[in-house]
Design a protein around this ligand. Structure first.
Ligand code: FAD
Ligand code: MG
Ligand code: MG
Ligand code: MG
Ligand code: MG
Length: 546
């Protein structure tokens, strides 16, 4: 090793730096990761490239296993069982972590402005700037209130670990308050009226968990007030769980009816005060106000303020959600990537690129494609445009050749017009990926793998299409693999929708759900804790202290 300075301390400082051809240490590229949730944690776990100096900024120093969060609200699972501290991973990987929130991104100077938690007594230590070469946005999203008045002030959200604990305390608090003497029946009914807003998976699961808790535990502990309890689930659309298979929706709606959960569809919340929740009923157009004891708000997600501001800076101010390309690079901003709930992928339309695709395939420039030309690009088209595969699947076509045949008869020669015609419908299958943990973690893993081979790939950046024989090191665009969805419905029953149109509802799915989540929990430590929580619940019932 040749160092211009023989100072031993300097040598130690430089010990892990790689050297350039002149023997000078190369400055590592600084990668700043914002967020330690599903996408950020997954990215960090799979990243193995010693050429990066990795810095993580997140206001919470743990990963949260969100699918089990509704189970924390009633004490089936303990909050600490579903969090995984990130310090261990940081140490193992040699990454640096700062517990703070990024409040401002300065895209043109490649800087971020951060603020640590309030309450620090030392002035000047709560805010700091960091610069970056590459920025990874994995900050997730925030609950969306659609600016409904009173929601921020009076409703509970279910997004973070502390939200679940707050809900748990509040539910038990309602029962204690309703059990006090000198209350009228009306007052007890009001206090024990639990309203859940939003019939998506989280709202439904929370209602189901709450119902189980009321029936299985509260009935024993607060028998005197049990008759006054009521759960109302409000949904603005026609059905709950509308992203699931119709059979699951129907089953869930019937089950809730049987359970006595008051399910109100076509009912849009227009305001919440300290005592009442008001809805506009679609059928009658009337505004109805009802007294409540507690409201849980779960109607979807929106962009965080720091991302909104960033979008303004980079010319995406008109969009609702930050857009990336299929390689997860933020559009209109160099060196910034976005994953998970923070962004959506702006997929390319086949029709926009149709001429380019045709020309690439038409090797001899004959103006027509024959079977051989065609076969050489089929795989790449399917890779690059996921909608093609979806379209083929939906129309039960084996491959694009069949699609061309159906448009073109038996003729195997296709000109550009015929080619266009055959593919004209495929873009209708384009769908945004759902905001789920499955998508976020797959994106984190995908991006880490790209970063692991970045040096090779940087020399040959990807083109609009990757054709066989060209640039072996090019990155493939991100592709999502769906492994199925679960909707726990309470009473030890879970609906599962698995790939291949496979729907299963009932107790067996409940066990499938338990085992899938037990196997997905990130570490053996959390796995042990959750399984022992479940066992404890089966044996002793839930904990009702608050
Ligand atoms: P998150 O996991 O939310 O992570 C965001 C991270 O960024 C957090 O660490 C946060 O602290 C940090 N952060 C926030 N702001 C800043 C900032 N300004 N600067 C720096 N860091 C910041 N999905 C499923 O697939 N299956 C399920 O069963 C399921 N159940 C769910 C149940 C509930 C109750 C909830 C709320 C969600 C559920 N989801 C489920 C959805 C899933 O949790 C999200 O899609 C997923 O968390 C998205 O991952 P993410 O990395 O984008 O964001
Ligand atoms: Mg994250
Ligand atoms: Mg998370
Ligand atoms: Mg999120
Ligand atoms: Mg997304």
């Amino acid at each position: 090793l040749v160092y211009s300075d023989s100072n031993p301390l300097k040598r130690i400082l430089h010990a892990d730096a790689t050297l350039d051809s002149d023997g000078n240490p190369i400055r590592k590229k600084k990668v700043v990761v914002l967020g330690s949730g599903w996408s950020g944690y997954s990215f960090l776990s799979y990243l193995n490239n010693p050429n990066y100096d990795v810095q993580v900024v997140s206001p919470r120093n743990f990963f949260l296993f969100t699918p089990l969060l509704p189970s924390v609200t009633n004490g089936t699972v303990e909050a600490r069982s579903i969090v995984e501290p990130i310090r261990g991973l940081m140490r193992k990987k040699g990454f640096e972590y700062k517990e703070a929130e990024c409040v401002k991104i300065d895209a043109s100077n490649k800087k971020i402005h951060c603020r640590s938690k309030e309450g620090s007594s030392l002035k000047g230590t709560t805010e700091f700037d960091m610069d970056y070469d590459i920025l990874i946005l994995a900050v997730g999203a925030k609950p969306n209130t659609f600016n409904t008045p009173g929601v921020e002030e009076h409703a509970y959200f279910l997004k973070e670990a502390e939200d679940a604990l707050n809900i748990r305390h509040s539910v038990i608090d309602c029962f204690e308050r309703a059990s006090l003497p000198n209350l009228t029946e009306e007052e007890r009914k009001k206090i024990l009226h639990f309203v859940v807003v939003g019939g998506g998976p989280t709202g439904v699961e929370f209602s189901a968990e709450l119902h189980d808790f009321l029936v299985q535990d509260v009935a024993k502990i607060y028998p005197k007030v049990q008759e006054f309890t009521k759960i109302t689930l409000l949904e603005a659309g026609d059905h709950i769980l509308n992203m699931f298979d119709k059979r699951i929706t129907a089953f869930a709606e019937e089950k809730f009816q049987r359970d006595g959960i008051d399910l109100k569809t076509g009912s849009m919340v227009v305001g919440v005060t300290a005592d009442e929740i008001s809805t506009k009923e679609r059928e009658t157009g009337k505004i109805v106000s009802k007294p409540y004891g507690m409201v849980v708000w779960s109607t979807g997600i929106g962009s965080r303020p720091v991302i909104k501001d960033f979008m303004q800076q980079i010319g995406q101010g008109q969009r609702r959600v930050l857009a990336t390309d299929e390689w997860l690079r933020v559009e209109g901003c160099d060196g910034v990537y976005a994953l998970g709930d923070t962004a959506t992928i702006n997929q390319r339309r086949v029709m926009e690129d149709i001429a380019a695709i045709f020309n690439k395939a038409d090797k001899g420039n004959t103006g027509t494609l024959n079977k051989k030309d065609f076969n050489s690009v089929v795989k790449d088209i399917c890779q690059r445009y996921p909608q093609v595969e979806l379209y083929l699947k939906k129309n039960k076509l084996k491959n694009i050749a069949n699609l061309l045949k159906s448009a073109n008869g038996e003729d195997t020669q296709v000109n550009i017009e015929k080619f266009k015609q055959a593919l004209s419908e495929v873009d209708s299958q384009m769908k945004n990926l759902p905001a789920t943990a499955q998508v976020a973690s797959q994106q984190g893993k995908y991006l880490a793998k790209c970063f692991n081979k970045m040096e090779k790939c940087e020399k040959k950046p990807e083109g609009p299409l990757r054709f066989r024989g060209e640039g072996r090191h090019r990155f493939q665009p991100f592709r999502y693999r769906h492994f199925g969805s679960f909707a726990p419905l309470g009473g030890e029953q879970t609906a599962a929708e698995l790939p291949g149109d496979w729907v299963s509802i009932g107790h067996s799915s409940q066990w499938l759900w338990y085992s899938v989540y037990a196997s997905k929990l990130v570490s053996w430590r959390t796995r042990m804790l959750v399984i022992s929580d479940w066992t404890r619940r089966f044996v002793f019932g839930r904990d009702t202290s608050s």
